[in-house]
Design a protein around this ligand. Structure first.
Ligand SMILES: [Zn+2]
Ligand SMILES: [Zn+2]
Length: 280
């Protein structure tokens, strides 16, 4: 399959084009989600999501947390107050470390290095960020995805050195049920802020896994095994990938996906995650 970079007719947008159709874009449209699906979510659900999004777009902008006037769903003051991108964390898995004086890599990553190389997170999965992530995921508060994408773009490790952004994909069933992929929406905003291309149909979730949170810790790795597949792998050979997810708990999901990407030739994988559970 041949893939080339092409410009759209108005020359404002650069797309990757291959024989199977467009696969990524610097300014992707909502239809890009459909490129990885074989059957679309129900029309009613999509209309509902669209209506919710329009209502959010049309309402006067105010910070979701403090209510102050803001162009974003989170004002700068709240971002500074609740995001702790500068905290001492393991450079590999982003678990909190007591302080910066210790080894930059935690004992667990030293003993059993994950497939990904680095992880950067904006916050612990704790109030009020956890509430906001739930509002995005379960109540389609999509403007929050934009705010989280901006937050990730402002982390102390800006994604300048990455070649490509990929969001952790949902299974077709989960996508049909929810109507959108919250990680993809966050990745979209990050791509806009960082000016990096977002690839929307390289990774597929081929296994409908149980929700990780519903399983005991020891079953989560098994649950994620062979959950992902890569298509158009020529686009990731030798590339530095930036993986985006909303929440990281044990890291098994990101580890499985990073492993899959590297088996298909990716050179380097860095996770950008909104919130990390403090305990693994
Ligand atoms: Zn605020
Ligand atoms: Zn670690």
């Amino acid at each position: 399959m041949e893939c080339i970079k092409v410009k759209t007719s108005d020359a404002k947008e650069v797309r990757w084009q291959c024989t199977a159709g467009p696969i990524s874009s610097q300014t992707p449209s909502s239809t890009s989600i459909m490129q990885i699906t074989k059957s679309p979510p129900s029309t009613l659900r999509r209309l509902r999501q669209f209506a919710l999004q329009m209502v959010d777009e049309l309402l006067p902008s105010a910070c979701t947390l403090c209510g102050s006037k803001s162009h974003d769903a989170l004002c700068n003051r709240c971002c500074k107050q609740y995001a702790d991108g500068y905290a001492a964390r393991c450079t590999c898995c982003a678990i909190r470390l007591p302080d910066f004086s210790q080894s930059p890599v935690c004992g667990s990553c030293l003993v059993r290095p994950p497939a990904f190389d680095f992880t950067f997170v904006a916050s612990d999965y704790a109030p009020p960020i956890d509430r906001l992530l739930q509002a995005l995921k379960f109540h389609a508060k999509l403007p929050l995805a934009k705010a989280f994408g901006r937050l990730l773009s402002e982390l102390p490790a800006p994604p300048r050195t990455a070649d490509l952004i990929i969001a952790v994909p949902l299974s077709l069933d989960r996508l049909a049920e929810r109507g959108f992929n919250q990680s993809l929406e966050i990745a979209r905003a990050l791509a806009q802020h960082s000016k990096l291309p977002l690839a929307t149909n390289i990774c597929l979730r081929v296994k409908h896994t149980q929700t990780q949170a519903s399983l005991p810790m020891h079953q989560r790795r098994v649950n994620m095994r062979n959950a992902f597949a890569v298509q158009n792998s020529q686009l990731i050979v030798g590339k530095r990938i930036l993986l985006v997810d909303d929440v990281m708990t044990t890291g098994h999901t990101l580890n499985e996906l990073a492993d899959c990407l590297k088996r298909h030739g990716a050179a380097h994988v860095t996770n950008f995650v909104v919130a990390r559970t403090p305990i693994r």
